[in-house]
Each structure stands twice: as structure tokens, then as C-alpha cells.
Design a protein around this ligand. Sequence first.
Ligand code: SF4
Ligand code: SF4
Length: 144
Amino acid sequence: MKRVYAKEEVCIGCRLCEVYCRTEHSKSKNIIKAHKKETPRPVARVLVEELRPVSFAVQCRHCDEPECVESCITGALTKDESGAVVYNVDKCVGCWTCVLVCPHGAPQRDLERRKIAKCDLCPDRETPACVDFCPNGALIYEER
Ligand code: SF4
Ligand code: SF4
């Protein structure tokens, strides 16, 4: 399956991937409304880690043997036939077990909703928003 991969050597830590991920997962899908008006605030599914001069974007790797799926107490995280790890928000009880076990720090805590937020590969788009809008090509979406 295709996954999002980070290219640390060209990431400048601008965090636009977070901005466009948040926008894509907002109600309005409008960058201004998403960041200034919506409540609860949309949560980015990608997080830029930075220790200058190194930075790179972290999001769900859709692992082959996902520890989050193994450990989710409610079955909110499952692996579909394509290999993607999918998240059912209605089943999530906000226990943060997946946050603790994920070796990549991928699930983000949405404290307002008491749910997690995790990369869904932007099902309404051909290419995930973080990849499309990174100005430096520091995220790529491909099969390896
Ligand atoms: S949330 Fe973490 S453990 Fe689960 S599939 Fe994504 S990267 Fe793997
Ligand atoms: S926080 Fe939600 S998705 Fe994560 S393990 Fe708990 S119930 Fe499952």
C-alpha cells in the first residue's frame, strides 16, 4: 500500500503540513475558519518533530503489525483489506492506550473531544493534504 514518508533532509520545520492536515480534517475545510472559528478545534494528524537543525513530520505508518490495533480496548482501530489502519471515532473511549504503545508517537490526543486523531490518508483526496501542500516536497506518498 502507499504510505506517507518524510524526507528529513528537505524539511525546514515550517509546520504547513500540520496546518493543511488540520484544515482537511475541519468541518469547513477552509483554512481561516478551521483555525480561527471552529470549536472544537480540528486536530492535526501529523506532528513536526524538531531538534534544530533537524526536523521531520511524523504521522501514522500504517504498520504491518500495528501495536495500536492489538492493544485498543474497544476495537476502534482495525486494519482494512488495503493494509491501512483505520480508526472508528465512535468506538474510541479516550483511554490513550494507543498513544502509549505506538512506537512512532502517531496518535494525537484530542483533549477537547477526549478522542484520538490519527492519519486516515485523507480519503476525500487522491494524495494526502500534507503531501500536496508541503512547499519543499518533504513528504512523499508512495508504495515501497
Ligand atoms: S498508530 Fe502507531 S502503531 Fe498504529 S499503525 Fe500507526 S504508526 Fe503503527
Ligand atoms: S484511545 Fe481510543 S483508539 Fe486508542 S486504544 Fe483507547 S479506545 Fe482505542
